[in-house]
Design a protein around this ligand. Structure first.
Ligand code: ATP
Ligand code: MG
Length: 430
């Protein structure tokens, strides 16, 4: 029978790579906790019209990228293509706004978009995202940007570029849209076909086109920053001042429009060096209109999402070494020794150590070779003699030193063992 492969645009994350995922997740979890963000878990599928309304029908995501299907009850269901719409639905449905003040939420998980798969672009991919709901203050914009930059820095990714723009209010954008369409109409025939199509539906997205000739035309287009009303301008000036105060470098990028319809005011993206054409690792901005658009009370909000695949690709390329640490590898041979070893391993785990037990029953030489390859700090050895004496040989793998310990003493030795492990670890890493 033929072999069934993984679906196009999806991939397995194997144990050697999972270490990187866990590292990113743990780092993010800690930073988000420090910034008083609380995790929210929403379903992976939602009713299709949540995304149609929340993201906008004229966007690429809704227009061409959604995994939408009818379930057995004839309801239209969509696998979430991003996290904000679901988070906002949950915020409204569970009346989180009734708790008053600002709600700081974050999420992590798989997202689904029907795209052409390539390095850093998949059909199932993963995001870490956060949403700060309930404040119009420019400090909220600065806070979320600062957290993203802090996360990148904490992961050792220091070569990033922050692009910053303001999309103003809906009214600002309407005025700008007219000016832009006016300008682009003169070059209509030179635009790529996608952009010609967008001229009526979603002209701002033309600024984002990857077509070289369209890009060239877009370079001389009017800048949205000249169309901001006084309040929008004031807010944007404040955001920039706060970023400067925080020592966060940014580049004003008037062509930065973002893919989703719901953005207002601040929009931003972080790009990483060394990712080729899929360089954007984090995108976000303010979306003051979305909560009310989805039927909730008027609630300003700002947030971002980080693409985990792209981030992890970079960490792996940078060969940042991560290992799943193992304290002990246990080898035993002979029925009595093997039975005792099982008990010893279990007791060590109860005392907080990580222990891998060799199950092969093969010759000591072979088992010890595996112990050396396992990455463990020390090896526990039990043969007939040890089984008879109720002892265990403890071999420090880096130095080769060996000592005999009474099995009965093992659990009393927890803190001593831990100190010795730490010392051996420190020795082998210098
Ligand atoms: P792009 O322009 O690369 O398609 P986007 O604007 O569609 O990105 P967002 O919706 O802002 O992306 O999502 C935030 C982040 O999620 C992106 O910056 C990227 O890192 C990641 N991302 C988006 N789509 C994919 C995908 N198909 N595969 C992997 N990562 C993705
Ligand atoms: Mg996209």
């Amino acid at each position: 029978m033929g072999f069934i492969q993984v679906s196009r645009g999806t991939r397995d994350i194997l144990p050697d790579e999972v270490i990187y995922w866990q590292h990113v997740e743990a780092t993010a979890r800690q930073l988000l906790h420090q910034a008083a963000y609380r995790e929210l878990r929403t379903p992976i599928f939602e009713q299709t019209n949540l995304f149609e309304r929340g993201i906008g029908e004229a966007t690429d995501v809704v227009g061409k990228e959604m995994y939408t299907f009818k379930d057995r009850g004839d309801r239209s269901i969509t696998l979430r293509p991003e996290g904000t719409a679901g988070a906002v639905r949950s915020f409204i449905e569970n009346k989180l706004h009734a708790q008053g003040g600002v709600q700081r939420l974050w999420y992590i998980g798989p997202m689904f978009r029907y795209e052409r798969p390539q390095a850093g672009r998949q059909r199932q991919f993963h995001q870490i995202g956060l949403e700060c709901l309930g404040s119009t203050d420019a400090r909220a914009d600065a806070e979320v940007i600062a957290i993203a930059s802090q996360l990148l820095n904490a992961l050792g990714v220091s070569e990033w570029k922050l692009s910053l723009n303001s999309l103003g209010t809906t009214e600002d954008r309407q005025r700008y849209r007219e000016a832009l369409v006016n300008y682009l109409n003169d070059y209509k025939d030179d635009l790529d076909t996608d952009s010609q199509d967008r001229l009526k539906r979603n002209p701002l997205r033309i600024l984002d086109s990857k077509d070289p000739q369209t890009q060239h035309i877009a370079q001389s287009a009017p800048s949205i920053l000249n169309y901001l009303g006084p309040d929008s301008k004031k807010h944007f000036d404040q955001v920039q001042q706060l970023l400067t105060d925080l020592g966060i470098d940014y580049q004003l990028t008037p062509s930065l429009v973002r893919g989703l319809d719901y953005y207002t005011h601040t929009a931003f993206e972080f790009e990483l060096d060394g990712l080729g054409s899929q360089a954007t690792v984090c995108g976000g901005g303010r979306y003051d209109g979305l909560v009310s658009e989805l039927g909730g009370p008027e609630t300003p909000a700002v947030g971002w999402a980080i693409g985990m695949e792209r981030l992890i690709m970079l960490l792996q390329n940078a060969e940042i070494a991560l290992n799943q640490s193992l304290d002990f590898y246990c080898v035993a041979r002979g029925p009595e020794a093997e039975a005792q070893a099982l008990l010893i391993c279990q007791n060590l785990r109860k005392n907080g150590f990580s222990v891998e037990m060799d199950l092969s029953g093969s010759a000591f030489g072979k088992q010890l070779k595996r112990a050396n390859r396992s990455g463990a700090i020390a090896c526990l050895i039990l043969g007939d003699t040890e089984a008879c004496d109720r002892t265990v040989q403890l071999k420090w793998l880096a130095s080769g030193e060996q000592e005999s310990i009474a099995q009965a003493d093992l659990s009393d030795l927890t803190s001593q063992l831990q100190n010795k492990l730490n010392a051996a670890k420190a020795n082998s890493s210098t």
